[in-house]
Design a protein around this ligand. Structure first.
Ligand SMILES: *[C@@H]1O[C@H](CO)[C@@H](O)[C@H](O)[C@H]1NC(C)=O
Ligand SMILES: *[C@@H]1O[C@H](CO)[C@@H](O)[C@H](O)[C@H]1NC(C)=O
Ligand SMILES: *[C@@H]1O[C@H](CO)[C@@H](O)[C@H](O)[C@H]1NC(C)=O
Ligand SMILES: *[C@@H]1O[C@H](CO)[C@@H](O)[C@H](O)[C@H]1NC(C)=O
Length: 395
C-alpha cells in the first residue's frame, strides 16, 4: 500500500485521486498479511486438496466409529503429501466436511481437523467451499468466519462479494504472489470462487433446500462484474494482468465436453451433469457470465493468461485438458484427498494436485505451469506442462 501510494504520487499529481481509489479497491492488497514470494530458485509450489468430507456418520444419522477413523486417515494423506512436496501454499478446494452429517454446535471443529496438518507445517493457505459445506447445520459464511477467527496468521481466505451465507465463500478474493518481497506487481495471482449449492438432510434423507441456496454456479449478479473491475484495475495500475491460477469447487460446464478427450489423469467419474449451470438436471446457462469473465481474464481465446481452472467435486476425476471448447483454458480436477465421501476405482489411493509455478515459465510470451498428482503412497503421476503445447492438436 505504501509503495503503491508513493509510486502513484511520483507519477503525477493529477493521477493521485484516481490512485487513491484504485489502491482502496484493488482487492488483493492484503493488510497485515505477509507477502507471498517465490523461493530463491524462482519456484512457488501450490498443493490443492479437495473433498475431505470430514464428519461423516451412518446413513440413519447415528454415530459411527468409521467417521473419525476416516478423518484421521485424511490427515495422514495430507501430512504425507505435504512432507513429500513441501509446498509454499495449500488450497482446500471445497467439501471440507459432509455438512449434512454434522451437528450445529461443533460443525466448525471439522475445519480444525482439515487444516491441522497444514497448520502444523506452518504453510499459508486459502479455501473454497463446496456443495457439502452448505447444509442444515453449516454454511460457507460460518466456515469463512471460523477460519478467519482461528487461523488469521496463515489463512488468506476472504469474502469479497457474493450472497451470504451460502455464496459468500471465497468469492473472488484473489491472492498475489511476488517474485520478491520488494516488488509491487505480482508474478502470479491466485483467484478463488464460490460455486454455491446445498446438500440437505441430517441422516433422515433429503429435506427442503433454501431457495437462496438452490444454485449450482458462481453468482452471476456480483462476481463477473467484480472480476472485470479487478482485471481492469490491474491493467491500469500494473500495466499487466498477472498469470492466474483459478480454484472453484464445482467444475465449469466446459469440463463436460473436455472429459471426452484423452488426457492425463483418471476419468472414473465424468462430470455429467454435475457441473456449474445445471439445476434439476437441466442446463440453465446461468454459469456463463462467470465463464465469460474467466475467458477475459485469460486474455480472451488462446490468450494463455489463465494457467488452469481447478475443481474437485467429482472424486474420480484427476485430469487436465484444454481445447477450443474451453477457449484454450486448461480445466483440471483435484482427484480425492479425503477418506470421507464416495470412492471410485482409481481414487482409492488418495491425492493432492500440485502446481509448480516458476518465474521463467511465467515470464515466457505465453506462460506455462507444471502440474502433477501426488499420492498418499508417495508416488506421483499425470505430470504435464499446461500451456500452448499441451493438447495442441485440440486447440
Ligand atoms: C461433535 O460432537 C459429536 C457429538 O458429541 C462428537 O461425536 C464429535 O466427535 C464432535 N466432533 C468434533 C469435530 O469435535
Ligand atoms: C496414478 O497413481 C495412482 C496411485 O498409484 C493411481 O490410483 C491412479 O490410477 C494413477 N493414475 C493413472 C492415470 O495412471
Ligand atoms: C427443482 O426441483 C425441486 C425438487 O423437485 C423443486 O422443488 C424445485 O422447484 C425445482 N426448481 C426448479 C427451478 O425447477
Ligand atoms: C469442440 O468444438 C469443436 C467445434 O468448435 C468440435 O468439432 C469438437 O468436437 C468439440 N469437442 C472437443 C472434445 O473438443
Amino acid at each position: 500500500m505504501m509503495i503503491l501510494g508513493a509510486l502513484l504520487l511520483a507519477s503525477s499529481a493529477a493521477a493521485l485521486p484516481v490512485g487513491r481509489s484504485i489502491s482502496n479497491t484493488l482487492a488483493g492488497i492484503l493488510n497485515g498479511k505477509n507477502k507471498l514470494t517465490f523461493d530463491s530458485d524462482g519456484n512457488f509450489k501450490v498443493v490443492s486438496f479437495s473433498d475431505m468430507h470430514t464428519g461423516e456418520r451412518n446413513g440413519d444419522g447415528t454415530w459411527a466409529a468409521w467417521g473419525p477413523a476416516n478423518d484421521a486417515m485424511t490427515q495422514i494423506v495430507h501430512a504425507t503429501v505435504l512432507d513429500n512436496e513441501k509446498p509454499n501454499y495449500v488450497v482446500f478446494n471445497g467439501d471440507m466436511m459432509t455438512g449434512e452429517n454434522v451437528f450445529a454446535f461443533n460443525a466448525t471443529n471439522y475445519l480444525d481437523i482439515v487444516y491441522a496438518p497444514t497448520i502444523a507445517r506452518n504453510i499459508p493457505f486459502s479455501s473454497t467451499h463446496g456443495n457439502h459445506d452448505n447444509a442444515n447445520n453449516i454454511n460457507h459464511q460460518e466456515e469463512i468466519e471460523y477460519e478467519q477467527a482461528h487461523y488469521s496468521a496463515l489463512s488468506y481466505t476472504r469474502s469479497d462479494v457474493g450472497p451470504k451465507p451460502y455464496g459468500s465463500g471465497n468469492y473472488c478474493r484473489w491472492v498475489p504472489v511476488y517474485a520478491k518481497s520488494s516488488d509491487w506487481v505480482p508474478a502470479a495471482v491466485m483467484w478463488f470462487f464460490d460455486s454455491r449449492s446445498f446438500v440437505s438432510g441430517t441422516g433422515d434423507g433429503p429435506g427442503p433446500v433454501p431457495a437462496a441456496a438452490n444454485y449450482y454456479w458462481v453468482d452471476p449478479n456480483t462476481v463477473p462484474n467484480y472480476i472485470k473491475l479487478q482485471r481492469l484495475l490491474m491493467a491500469t495500475l500494473w500495466w499487466k494482468v498477472p498469470p492466474a491460477l483459478v480454484f472453484v469447487h464445482i467444475p465449469v460446464q466446459k469440463a463436460q465436453v473436455l472429459a471426452s478427450l484423452p488426457s492425463e489423469g483418471d476419468h472414473d467419474d465424468e462430470p455429467d451433469p454435475s457441473t456449474q449451470g445445471f439445476l434439476n438436471n437441466t442446463y440453465t446457462g446461468l454459469d456463463l457470465p462467470f465463464w465469460d469473465e474467466i475467458i477475459a481474464l485469460n486474455g480472451w481465446k488462446d490468450g494463455g493468461n489463465v494457467l488452469a481452472i481447478t475443481s474437485g467435486h467429482d472424486h474420480g476425476e484427476s485430469w487436465c485438458a484444454r481445447s477450443t471448447n474451453s477457449s484454450g483454458i486448461p480445466i483440471c480436477f483435484n482427484g480425492h484427498s479425503g477418506y470421507g465421501g464416495y470412492v471410485t476405482t482409481h481414487s482409492v489411493v488418495r491425492n493432492g494436485r500440485v502446481f509448480e509455478l516458476n518465474l521463467a515459465d511465467l515470464a515466457a510470451s505465453t506462460p506455462t505451469v507444471k502440474t502433477w498428482n501426488s499420492y498418499e503412497d508417495s508416488t506421483t503421476n499425470d505430470t504435464v506442462v499446461l500451456g500452448p503445447e499441451y493438447m495442441a492438436q485440440y486447440n
